[in-house]
Design a protein around this ligand. Structure first.
Ligand code: SAH
Length: 388
């Protein structure tokens, strides 16, 4: 009985978990994972404030809406698809995964099955021969739209139309197929040339009542169920009344800014990635949001420019990548001195580094919460409210 209780919520051990490095916490029950993350986050935030209870996921499996498979051959020249073994370029075959969207996994297996009859060889990194390097599948959780990106080593997919037809016959739920050409010797998945061979070339998803457009290369949170909770918390911490001037820094496709726009006077989004900015501009138009504008720029340079121009700002929303923000950005933020800063972070280490700086510059962390965006991994996502 005791044993049974202890095993509740534990997953059957995945055959490749030791090589993949994705689900590091596959051996822990979900309850144990939550406790470990809560304790870790509470300790980390100790110098600043006591966090609210962690926001957990109701069904913590198959949450990833973006699935990537690398293609290659085994020793007997059978086509395989899966993931790179941790810290290497050996391919570990994967057909299904505990945290990935199941439909996306099925599509990848189907593509692998089609290759032979279309005489498409997977790319070989050592010889440089072969065509198909990667497949990326992105799924719109609320819309059901599905994008398949075939990453090729050269621009021509033989019998392209027949291939599309065959794939759609197996998976009529696919709404768009994009060819991406990556002919460089690189560990990046996507190259910079792209051609849509079926559908619109992007998918849409809905979060917090807004529709977002997602291109192959745009950042979009991978766990949509938890993202909605994360953004709701960020809005709560922003305390908007409808009049504020807001900056959404590191805005990606403009998700947070667009959700904030309904409750603010004016929103300004800033983001480095060109595709994401394009998606943001089109998304704002589609959602009929008029009080938002987007700039493609380094967030630090942009904020410094605002500080030098003496621009006013009421609330700063920031959601930097894992590497955190920059000193230029944080110093400029302190100079502009918004009443509130809402810091969304996917890396607690850089979060506390940046909090150390901000709390030396007239800000104090008033509220914080961790949101479990990545069950079965040790990653912790957090939102912190800083007041001037
Ligand atoms: N807020 C968005 C995206 C967060 S991810 C969302 O919730 O979906 C972090 C984003 O920061 C990415 O889109 C990345 O392209 C962008 N980024 C990284 N470095 C940047 C920089 N120096 N200046 C502006 N944006 C940057």
């Amino acid at each position: 009985m005791q044993q049974k209780k202890q095993n509740e919520g534990k997953q059957k051990v995945c055959p490749v978990s030791s090589k993949c490095g994705g689900c590091r916490w596959i051996h822990k029950s979900y309850q144990e994972q939550l406790e470990a993350k809560s304790i870790f986050f509470r300790k980390l935030m100790e110098p600043y404030c006591r966090p609210e209870p962690m926001i957990a996921m109701e069904k913590p499996t198959h949450y990833r809406n973006k699935v990537h498979a690398v293609f290659g051959e085994d020793r007997r020249h059978n086509v395989i698809s899966g993931i790179y073994e941790e810290k290497s370029h050996r391919i570990v075959p994967v057909d299904s995964c505990l945290i990935e969207n199941q439909k996306a996994d099925e599509i990848i297996v189907s593509i692998r099955g089609l290759l032979k009859s279309f005489k498409i060889r997977p790319y070989n990194e050592d010889t440089g021969f072969g065509l198909l390097r990667h497949v990326l599948v992105r799924v719109g959780h609320a819309t059901g739209q599905i994008m398949v990106v075939l990453v090729l080593s050269s621009p021509v997919l033989p019998s392209k139309n027949n291939f599309v037809r065959a794939l759609l016959k197996l998976h009529p739920e696919i709404t768009t197929i994009v060819l991406n050409v990556n002919d460089r010797d690189t560990s990046m998945i996507l190259g910079d040339r792209e051609r849509t061979i079926y559908g619109k070339g992007y998918i849409e998803d809905r979060l917090c009542g807004k529709t977002f457009r997602i291109s192959p290369g745009s950042f979009y949170q991978v766990n949509p169920v938890q993202t909605e909770k994360l953004y709701t918390k960020a809005m709560e911490y922003a305390c908007l009344t409808g009049r504020e001037r807001v900056v959404d820094a590191y805005c990606g496709t403009g998700t947070i800014g667009m959700i904030a726009a309904d409750h603010a006077g004016e929103v300004i989004g800033v983001e480095l990635n060109r595709d994401a900015v394009r998606d943001a501009v089109k998304g704002a138009r589609q959602n009929g949001i008029r009080n938002i504008s987007f700039y493609r720029n380094d967030a630090g340079d942009f904020l410094l420019e605002m500080a030098e121009q003496g621009e006013g700002l009421d609330v700063l929303l920031m959601d930097p990548p894992r590497s955190g923000s920059s000193e230029v950005f944080l110093n400029a933020a302190a100079r502009i001195a918004p009443k509130r800063i809402v810091y969304i972070s996917c890396n607690p280490e850089t979060l506390v580094r940046d909090l150390r700086l901000l709390t030396k510059k007239n800000y104090r962390a008033a509220k914080a919460v961790a949101v479990d965006m990545f069950p079965f991994t040790d990653s912790v996502e957090a939102v912190v409210q800083l007041l001037r």
